[in-house]
Design a protein around this ligand. Structure first.
Ligand code: ADP
Ligand code: MG
Length: 276
């Protein structure tokens, strides 16, 4: 079964090349046989996954399927029990989240994670600045501070626009709507200029209008990123995903184009039938 689930976004079966996956142009992140056990529970069980530049890879499945755990394994928030993760051709298995983040992997969490007392702009600016922290102890850094500020401001400005928050620049984050706070969280991730984006239920708790805006935002990011989108909103995920992985009980039960997944009777029985 694990052989079958290495199908790529283009539908072909990926050659098993765990040591050199980055040699394939556009293949940004890979997981191979990725497994996380919590005691006797395999929350993520032998999962294979490929994220490609310019594609949105949806991950769906019922509550407890292991979607957030998978996200945590890819971002380094949790170490895997077994398996490997590569990013841009480099084996990053077991790296801590900060180190992985510096290799241009950005993620959002299922819960909103912002500084509520600061403005939208200040939140994004702080996130943009945080990327420069590895250089904070460079004695020459203060000499180039003005230049650094310009670069950081530019990065924050770009993130503000990409997250469709240009008109909310001076809004106090805590007073922004739920949807805007989720946009802000994505903006803060974008401010670090990630190549890979892992988004865990960015549409959670949103009304129709907010969800539509988030879909528009995600589509706007697609060309320049490799994205994994964990999502419960089936309409949204089928609207934006180029490839879908379905997880149940830690295992991948299908990994294919959205149309093929929708037509898959196993998936319908295990999940989609219940969701509608
Ligand atoms: P999903 O995001 O698909 O709803 P999760 O990845 O959050 O699923 O959880 C998958 C399974 O792993 C669940 O049964 C959950 O209770 C369990 N789990 C998640 N995190 C932990 C943890 N830190 N310790 C023990 N069990 C966990
Ligand atoms: Mg979850």
């Amino acid at each position: 079964m694990t052989e079958a689930v290495t199908a790529t976004a283009t539908g072909e079966i990926q050659a098993r090349t765990p040591n050199h996956p980055g040699t394939m142009p556009g293949l940004v992140l890979t997981a191979r046989q990725l497994t996380k056990r919590f005691g006797g529970l395999a929350a993520v069980n032998q999962v294979n996954l490929d994220l490609w530049q310019g594609r949105i890879h949806g991950v769906i499945g019922p509550n407890g399927a292991g979607k957030s755990t998978l996200t945590n394994l890819l971002s380094g928030d949790l170490p895997p029990t077994e398996g490997t993760v590569t990013l841009a051709g480099q084996d990053i298995t077991g790296w801590n989240p900060e180190r992985i983040s510096r290799q241009r992997l950005g993620r959002s969490y299922q819960k909103t994670n912002i500084f509520p007392a600061f403005t939208v702009w200040e939140n994004i600016r702080l996130a943009a600045q945080s990327r420069n922290q590895p250089f904070a102890f460079n004695p020459l850094a203060w000499l180039t501070r003005a230049a650094t500020h310009a670069v950081v401001n530019e990065r924050a400005e770009k993130a503000l626009e990409l997250a469709l928050l240009g008109s909310r620049r001076n809004t106090i984050a805590g007073a922004a709507s739920h949807g805007e706070q989720r946009q802000l969280e994505i903006a803060m991730t974008l401010a670090t200029e990630p190549q890979v984006l892992l988004l865990d239920e960015p549409l959670a708790g949103m009304g129709t209008m907010e969800a539509e805006r988030m879909v528009q935002l995600l589509l706007g990011l697609k060309a320049d990123h490799a994205m994994m989108l964990v999502e419960h909103d089936m309409d949204a995920v089928f609207a934006v995903a180029d490839h879908l992985t379905v997880m149940v009980n830690g295992q991948v039960i299908a990994s294919d184009t959205p149309a093929a997944v929708r037509a898959d009777v196993t998936v319908q029985a295990a999940y989609l039938g219940e969701a509608h």
